[in-house]
Design a protein. Structure first.
Length: 289
């Protein structure tokens, strides 16, 4: 059965769902709980997405403190080799180093993934934006391990796929791996491919999610226009990709209504119709209970 909200005195009804956010990141240091609460006050439930073991554990811990929050756990492709660093995610002062090149620990992630607050595995996938043969091999290995974990736990995948510039290469390779190995469906987060690529993911039963980028560029309009409404999800990818009119500030899950408004505008549909369907989509994809 889908979730039903607003049953407790003073509790807001969940009217929106942020399918991909990182409110557990150090960008919200000292503000994690308040950020989830601001989302709740805006009627937004949140999916706190991990990118490595530490941020995955933090996502689960934060989700347990809030009824309106869930977690996704996994290893981001850029963290499979020692190269990447983002202060919004990992922090400052030496403790973060760079991405340490985490080797996927199936036992640790499986233990974490059996937590009832965990609704998906990821964000996992392929990122060829800064790619070489060594990192590509590590990414493929980690993706396959997480597909296997999702199959065992029967939880959907949260995919991060980023091709090299001017190409659809990472989408092509990820699609082949998922099609051959995955027994579950899921979501392709922050989809940035073309319509031909989108159709292939939709044919596999994967939803496509979009961010506040829709409020300041038309690059994604064609895919949003053509994707069936029941195969779309809204996300912020906070703290990144802040929508208009908040550009230049840290993103918030509370801004999800702006993403829903943008999808409604692009699809030329009533905003309430879009809101209701996107919420139902999230309930279906993630099995929210």
């Amino acid at each position: 059965m889908p979730v039903r909200w607003g049953t407790l005195p003073g509790q807001n009804s969940m009217r929106y769902f942020d399918a991909h956010t990182h409110l557990q990141f150090v960008a919200y240091e000292g503000d994690h709980d308040a950020a989830v609460e601001r989302a709740r006050e805006a009627g937004v439930g949140v999916n706190l997405v991990g990118t490595q073991i530490d941020t995955s554990r933090a996502a689960v811990a934060l989700a347990h403190k809030h009824e309106e929050a869930w977690a996704t756990i996994g290893l981001h492709p850029v963290h499979t080799t020692r190269s990447y660093h983002d202060t919004a995610e990992l922090g400052k002062g030496g403790k973060e180093f760079t991405s340490r090149g985490e080797v996927f620990d199936a036992n640790a992630y499986e233990k974490l993934g059996r937590d009832p607050k965990v609704i998906a595995i990821g964000e996992c996938g392929l990122d060829y934006y800064r790619n070489d043969p060594i990192t590509a091999a590590a990414q493929r290995h980690a993706l396959m391990a997480q597909i296997d974990l999702a199959n065992r736990l029967k939880k959907p995948l949260m995919l991060h796929v980023r091709p090299s510039k001017g190409s659809q290469d990472a989408y092509r390779d990820a699609l082949a791996l998922v099609e051959s190995s995955s027994e579950v469906k899921g979501d392709v987060h922050f989809f940035a491919g073309n319509w031909d690529t989108a159709k292939q993911w939709l044919d596999l039963g994967f939803t496509l999610s979009f961010t506040g980028v829709l409020t300041f560029t038309h690059d994604y309009d064609e895919v949003v226009q053509h994707t069936p409404l029941d195969m779309l999800l809204s996300e912020t990818d906070a703290p990144y990709i802040t929508p208009v009119p908040h550009r230049g500030t840290r993103n918030e899950s509370a801004y999800i209504p702006l993403v829903v408004q943008a999808i409604a505008r692009i699809k030329k549909l009533p905003e309430e119709e879009v809101r209701l369907q996107l919420l139902a989509n999230a309930e279906r994809v993630f099995g929210l209970k």
